[in-house]
Design a protein around this ligand. Structure first.
Ligand SMILES: [Cu+2]
Length: 156
């Protein structure tokens, strides 16, 4: 539950994010390589709180797509705990895993991308921004989220 003071801050924060985002219209895509599995996390050009958004994870090794990995993405706010949100990635083509999620509010988000294949296991951290304010309790309910923004029926 947020107090009035906190809501004030989140409005300020959202304004700041709006300004910051309009200056950078590129897709928020980051790649990380630890010598084994290379993992890339991509968001659409614009991520908005309250809207179902599709995210893409690319998994490769030495430039070759890695198929049949288990990909689980936890989406967490940088400065706040909203509980469990994210998705289990579905492979749409070799090495490409997609999933959808609704974020309960705008601001700074972190994607923890867990990739598992055989005995290999790696978790990568990616930062991205979402626009918009907070979802109302009705909107949260409609999107299958608890009041704190966590998923009601996670499959991961
Ligand atoms: Cu939040």
């Amino acid at each position: 539950m947020l107090g009035v003071k906190k809501i004030g801050w989140s409005v300020l924060l959202s304004l700041f994010v709006l300004v910051a985002c309009s200056a950078n219209e590129k897709e928020q895509s980051v790649s990380q390589n630890d010598g084994g599995l290379q993992v890339t996390f991509t968001t659409p050009k614009k991520v908005e709180a309250g809207k179902k958004t599709e995210y893409t994870v690319h998994v490769s090794r030495n430039g070759n797509p890695v198929a049949d990995a288990e990909v689980i993405v936890h989406l967490e706010m940088a400065d706040m705990d909203h509980g469990l949100n994210g998705f289990r990635g579905k492979m749409t083509e070799s090495g490409v895993y997609k999933g959808q999620a609704v974020l309960p509010m705008g601001g700074d988000w972190i994607a923890y991308v867990k990739v598992k294949r055989g005995s290999e296991k790696v978790t990568k951290r990616f930062e991205f921004k979402a626009e918009g304010g907070m979802m109302s309790p009705e909107e949260l309910e409609k999107s299958g989220l608890h009041e704190n923004g966590s998923l009601k029926n996670p499959d991961f």
